[in-house]
Design a protein around this ligand. Structure first.
Ligand code: SAM
Length: 242
């Protein structure tokens, strides 16, 4: 089974409520991606999910292809894309390629860290190299791990999902393995449902080294999609490799 499938399968029903506009700026994401790789162009998204990024890109004239391990996420995507402007397949982006080349490959919202070992991350980056067209770009967006790496006890946050539903998120880390375990619990009046989500985080320098080992070079790093500088205070980064 694709290691990450349960995350998508169990959260697909609420996924689009988990990330309201205030938390992630999808418009800024699309603006930067279109600047880095103007249309028309071929785009591959790893962990395409419900199409938050893929659908606006397809609407702007890109040929968009996606891979996701979760059938439920792809069902949601299909519901939002009845005309089939986006092509997507079930698969594991850390082990299988598409056999095609793309001008832009993207993996956003920490999805790269769902490859839970260094070996899987390397395998994913090798597949990026193989599928990246000459002069193509690879864009990764992940969190900066320092605040999590220094967690002494599990953290708890609450998300608002709707007027009758909240989600409790607990995060704990195993520093020795660079593993973060997130547990999402939905409270909506029914039986509480819990979904575990494991990520292997890498610090930016390690990410660059892993990418270099696979023939990719860091071209640019920002603190977010609106091109804020990446500084010691940045909580996330958007890194572009060529
Ligand atoms: C955080 S969601 C991001 C979805 C979408 N890219 C977005 O920005 O809204 C992560 C998605 O990646 C998928 N995923 C995680 N690891 C994967 C893997 N190794 N292979 C394929 N899909 C994976 C999950 O099923 C989920 O749909």
């Amino acid at each position: 089974m694709i290691p990450h499938a349960p995350y998508g399968d169990r959260l697909a029903a609420v996924y689009d409520q988990m990330y309201p506009h205030i938390e992630i700026d999808t418009e800024a994401t699309i603006a930067l991606l279109t600047e880095l790789c103007p249309a028309p162009a071929r785009v591959l998204e790893f962990g395409i999910g419900t199409g938050r990024i893929a659908l606006p890109l397809a609407a702007r004239g890109y040929e968009v292809y996606g891979i996701d391990g979760s059938p439920a996420m792809l069902t949601k995507l299909k519901e939002k894309d009845p005309d089939g402007r986006v092509s997507a397949e079930i698969g594991d982006f850390t082990t299988q390629g598409t056999g095609r080349e793309f001008d832009l490959i993207v993996v956003v919202l920490n999805t790269f860290f769902s490859a839970v070992t260094k070996e899987r991350q390397l395998s994913c980056l090798k597949l990026v190299r193989e599928q990246l067209a000459p002069r193509g770009r690879f864009v990764v967006e992940v969190f900066e791990p320092t605040p999590f790496h220094s967690l002494e006890r599990p953290s708890l946050t609450v998300r608002h999902l709707g007027c009758n539903a909240i989600m409790l998120d607990t995060i704990s880390v195993d520093r020795s393995m660079q593993l973060m375990v997130g547990v999402h619990t939905i409270l909506d009046g029914g039986v509480p449902e819990t979904t575990q989500h494991v990520m292997r985080y890498a610090f930016p320098n390690e990410l660059d080294l892993l990418a270099e080992a696979c023939g990719l070079r860091l071209e640019q790093r920002w603190g977010d999609f609106s091109k804020q500088a990446f500084t010691a205070a940045s909580q996330r980064h958007v890194s572009v490799y060529v």
